[in-house]
Design a protein around this ligand. Structure first.
Ligand SMILES: [Ca+2]
Length: 449
């Protein structure tokens, strides 16, 4: 039997059916009331689920900012580490911004900014939330906000963008009254309606469970607040941009055991008594600069690496072993006209098996040294982010374990142009292995003046 009813134009039955339905809806029959209650009981949780607001996964996010204090990178605000935070380099001022590339277009209804009590003065004053589809034009105002300590929450009607920016509209206060503070973000999150993307809930729950094992960010993201030039490589005299990893023939010269492989600079390949160096093919002005690089030392026995500025040449090399490719070893002399910050795995002269330090003009990079804390262990196979800035005669360095968030800072007073013989220098890295080896990998590198 067919379930279909043929209705022709002018047929009175649809009107009669509508009247019958209306009468049934108007009736207060007990069965209907119970049916409605049952339907509500079933539908209410589903309706509630539709309005659950859940954090969006942050795996693919890349954060950047108009200015960043050395070592307190924008990525620290989205790294699931409650003890790390981003901080601007300047006091709060209109026009200062922090932005996130979500990796793909994403719907969201809430933004939160968290900051622990120790940094409550870094809460932003008045700001605007702006959205963008190209990361260039931020013409869409999502909402306005005013920072609250310790948690700022801004809710708004659903929007969908790939990029969003928080732009300050006012200063922190009167500097003459001691009220000027730099803006900080300990944790930034955006939220979406759970029903819009149930997979995000699963992903979020999974990220909570696996948070401790979350791998450190690799070379795919800019490691600091600078806006990278569009072309990777070096701009002679000005800047270095390998924030997204390394490709051959982009202005770097590898010597000895060093090679660019799989997007990284591998300074040595694990054998004994190797020296590897990589330097910019052109000189960079180093009168003042800020550089950030990420590295990891695989098979971390000996000896270590340096970040080196030198006035000798593209293929300058020192000795292996405790010379770290920078200083002397046996009959090999160190690199003259140079300055280096070392990351040293091996104690040659009492520096300890886990140290850093500053060395000039190819001096043996052993002692004097600064021992790194045990929670910041160069032998850990973790990814480290080094941030080094130079201005005036002050060299500020920081080293952060991106797996644990542990950080150490050291400051040196040094005249780098005098050491390297002028305002311009070849800039890069050196490594040495000795009776035991290691595989040091530079994962990404940024330098700007
Ligand atoms: Ca050593």
């Amino acid at each position: 039997m067919s379930n279909f009813v043929v209705i022709s134009p002018g047929d009175p039955r649809p009107r009669q059916w509508a009247k019958t339905l209306k009468r049934r809806q108007d009736s207060a029959h007990p069965a209907r009331r119970w049916g409605t209650a049952a339907a509500l009981l079933i539908l209410a949780p589903i309706a509630a689920l539709a309005f659950v607001i859940v954090p969006c996964p942050r795996d693919r996010w890349i954060a950047s900012a108009s200015d960043t204090a050395p070592g307190l990178s924008p990525q620290s605000a989205i790294d699931d580490n409650p003890s790390s935070f981003w901080q601007a380099n300047e006091m709060q001022r209109p026009g200062q911004w922090f932005e996130v590339d979500l990796g793909a277009r994403q719907g969201f209804v809430r933004v939160t900014l968290a900051l622990d009590a120790d940094h409550r003065h870094g809460v932003p004053r008045k700001f605007l939330l702006l959205g963008s589809d190209d990361g260039v034009n931020y013409n869409n105002i999502i909402a306005g906000g005013q920072g609250q300590s310790p948690l700022t929450t801004v809710d708004f009607a659903p929007v969908s963008f790939r990029y969003f920016r928080i732009a300050l509209q006012s200063e922190a206060g009167d500097p003459s009254q001691g009220q000027a503070y730099a803006w900080s973000i300990g944790d930034l999150q955006i939220y979406q309606r759970g029903w819009q993307n149930p997979l995000a809930v699963v992903s979020w729950l999974r990220s909570l469970i696996t948070r401790k094992e979350k791998p450190a960010p690799q070379s795919s993201s800019p490691p600091n607040g600078f806006v990278p030039p569009s072309t990777p490589g070096i701009a002679p005299g000005r800047s270095v941009n390998f924030a997204s990893g390394f490709t051959p023939n982009r202005g770097l010269i590898c010597s000895g055991a060093a090679a660019i492989t799989a997007g990284h600079v591998r300074l040595a390949d694990g054998r004994q008594w190797e020296v590897g160096t990589v330097f910019t093919s052109d000189r960079i002005n180093i009168r003042s600069f800020h550089t950030v690089f990420r590295f990891r030392i695989d098979q971390p026995a000996a000896d270590g690496i340096t970040f080196t500025l030198q006035g000798v040449g593209q293929r300058a090399q020192g000795g292996g072993g405790g010379g770290l490719g920078f200083g002397p070893q046996g009959a090999t002399k160190g690199i003259p006209k140079s300055a280096a910050v070392k990351y040293d795995l091996w104690s040659n002269a009492g520096e300890g098996p886990n140290s850093t330090g500053l060395y000039l003009n190819g001096a043996a990079p052993d002692v004097p040294a600064v021992e790194l804390p045990s929670k910041l262990d160069l032998h850990s196979d973790h990814v480290f982010e080094a941030s080094i800035s130079y201005s005036g005669m002050t060299l500020n360095t920081s080293l952060r374990d991106l797996n644990t968030g542990a950080m150490a800072r050291h400051t040196y007073q040094v005249n780098i142009p005098a050491a390297v013989g002028g305002p311009d220098a070849y800039v890069g890295f050196t490594a040495g292995t000795g009776g035991r080896g290691c595989v040091p990998m530079i994962l990404s590198w940024w330098l700007d003046r």
